[in-house]
Design a protein around this ligand. Structure first.
Ligand code: NDP
Length: 489
């Protein structure tokens, strides 16, 4: 254990000898990776002051100048792809093939997309009688980003890229469980020419997050996390009327109609439940399959799920890694027990494997084999609560009307998917589903060009795409008189 995860403030790693520390563990073997130090109140103050200084420099740059820095940072991430992907895999427990293909690339995509857009952010000209008006989208100031542990660098970049493109500075607090790659992003910004403090990183638990939310120097908060944390942040931000973007949890439906391509639908159901060990907010954990194809769908799903290669996340052939922590694994196991005791049938998986697909001992890691529950009922806990692990519940349905009602019967509304070869039905059903991010004939694809976010308790605001700009700017209207002031006095 030779790594120290410290604060990254004003362009450099800083350490405070008096700060509280804890050990960061590798989820695949529970061996220590390094020591993390909790940001102190002084660190928070230093970060806010440094970000304020950076903001005053950054907001006066042209969009093109800001964009160049973001695009350079993306190039730096891509040039360090393998190194950063390995850091992410060791920190999160996800397979290296995922970190290489998705996590770092998705972060770079966001920087390129918003870097390219930075020069195009502009207001409107309005012609008025003997006058004209124009609008200016202006930055908000210092924004706080608070991240979950499942996609650390992607979450940091999805927040930083639009924030910085719009002229803001950001202080980012990663999850206490995944302190590593936000620092790599901060270093990339520095190397790309960002002013010191433009992207500061504060390590710490929820207390550090809460202090940032309350800090008068923070103009806006963007959280990716659970519904319960979202409610706390929303409540506390309301007392100062701060803006918030909340990307929260879900219990999303994936609906497979009898005319669907079954092979593709099974592929999507597996992606929607087992990618990143099932630790994905938008997962389609309620898989509704129309009665006529239910048995054949289930047989294919079971066969293919049992072939998933679980094991050492650093092996390029591994398809499923380890859950983030022992505590989280125990929580997932409790849900599996709850499914069994409520009368659902555990068709496959849901156990802790001792050996991986190459016979290596993985008993010390947080591994759980991909689980499929059948004979489920909508009212069971496993069909209502977000599990955030590799647990799929399959439910049958008869009619379109019935499945729409059942799919919408949840306080969540993050995502939804429909599989059908009937183009009219695909759109008709999707239009009735109460979810912010939807797919027809695929699942969990999140291109940077499309808005991402939730309905109902799954969130507020949107990340990615042009839509993100309005959440990091405030609009100033300017009226310019060309005549005399008409005065009744
Ligand atoms: P948490 O809500 O526990 O934590 C999210 C972040 O908030 C962490 O950095 C955490 O700090 C911090 N935090 C906790 N309490 C507070 C507080 N009172 N004030 C400010 N910050 C606080 O979520 P998890 O990390 O467990 O992540 C899993 C959840 O995230 C799931 O519900 C998942 O669905 C959701 N998620 C949503 C996504 C989306 O885009 N919609 C994407 C990914 C995940 P710390 O952990 O260090 O204590």
């Amino acid at each position: 254990m030779n790594t120290t995860y410290s604060q990254f403030i004003d362009g450099a790693s800083t350490s405070n000898a008096n700060s509280e520390t804890w050990i960061n563990y590798n989820p695949a073997n529970n061996k220590p990776l390094g020591e993390v130090s909790q940001a102190s109140d002084e660190d928070i103050e230093a970060a806010v002051r440094s970000s304020e200084r950076a903001f005053h420099i950054w907001k006066n740059k042209t969009g093109a100048e800001r964009g160049r820095v973001l695009i350079k940072a993306a190039q730096i991430l891509r040039s360090r792809l393998e190194e950063i992907a390995l850091i992410e895999t060791n920190d999160v427990g996800k397979p290296i093939f995922e970190s290489l293909a998705v996590d770092v690339s998705s972060a770079a995509d966001a920087l390129e997309y918003f870097g390219g857009m930075a020069a195009t952010i502009h207001g409107e000209f309005v012609d008025l009688k003997n006058a004209f008006g124009y609008t200016r989208p202006e930055p908000l100031g210092v924004c706080a980003g608070i991240g979950a542990w499942n996609y650390p660098i992607q979450i940091a970049a999805w927040k930083a890229a639009p924030a910085l493109a719009c002229g803001n500075a950001m202080i980012f607090k990663p999850s206490e469980l995944t302190p590593a790659t936000a620092i790599e992003l901060a270093k990339a910004f520095m190397e790309a020419g960002a002013p010191p403090g433009l992207f500061n990183v504060l390590q710490g638990d929820g207390k550090v997050g809460a202090r940032l939310v309350d800090h008068p120097g923070i103009a806006k908060i963007s959280l990716t996390g659970s519904v319960s944390t979202g409610k706390k942040i929303f409540t506390s931000a309301a007392s100062q009327l701060k803006r918030v973007t909340l990307e929260l949890g879900g219990k999303s439906p994936l609906i497979v109609f009898e005319d669907a391509d079954i092979h593709n639908a099974v592929s999507a159901a597996m992606l929607a439940n087992f990618y990143t060990q099932g630790e994905v907010c938008s997962n389609g954990t309620r898989v509704f399959v129309q009665r006529k194809i239910f048995d054949s769908f289930l047989m294919q799903l079971k066969n293919r799920t049992e072939k998933i290669r679980i094991g050492d996340p650093t092996d390029p052939e591994t398809q499923m890694g380890a859950l983030i922590s022992k505590v989280h694994m125990e929580k997932v196991n409790r849900f599996i027990e709850s499914g069994k005791s409520s009368g659902a049938t555990l068709l496959t998986g849901g156990v802790r494997p001792k050996k991986d697909f190459k016979g290596r001992d993985i008993s010390s890691g947080n591994f759980v084999t991909p689980a499929i529950f059948t004979n489920c009922d909508d009212s069971m806990e496993i069909c209502k609560e977000e599990i955030f692990g590799p647990v799929l519940s399959i439910l049958s349905f008869e009619s379109e009307e019935e499945v729409i009602d059942r799919a919408n019967n949840t306080p969540y509304g993050l995502a939804a998917g429909v599989f059908t070869n009937d183009i009219k039905r695909g759109h008709r059903v999707i239009h009735q589903l109460q979810a912010g991010t939807c797919w027809i004939n695929n699942f969990n694809i999140t291109p940077i060009e499309l808005p991402f976010g939730g309905y109902k308790q799954s969130g507020q605001g949107r990340e990615n795409s042009l839509a993100a700009i309005q959440y990091y700017t405030q609009l100033k209207s300017v009226y310019v008189e060309l005549g005399n002031v008409e005065s009744p006095y």
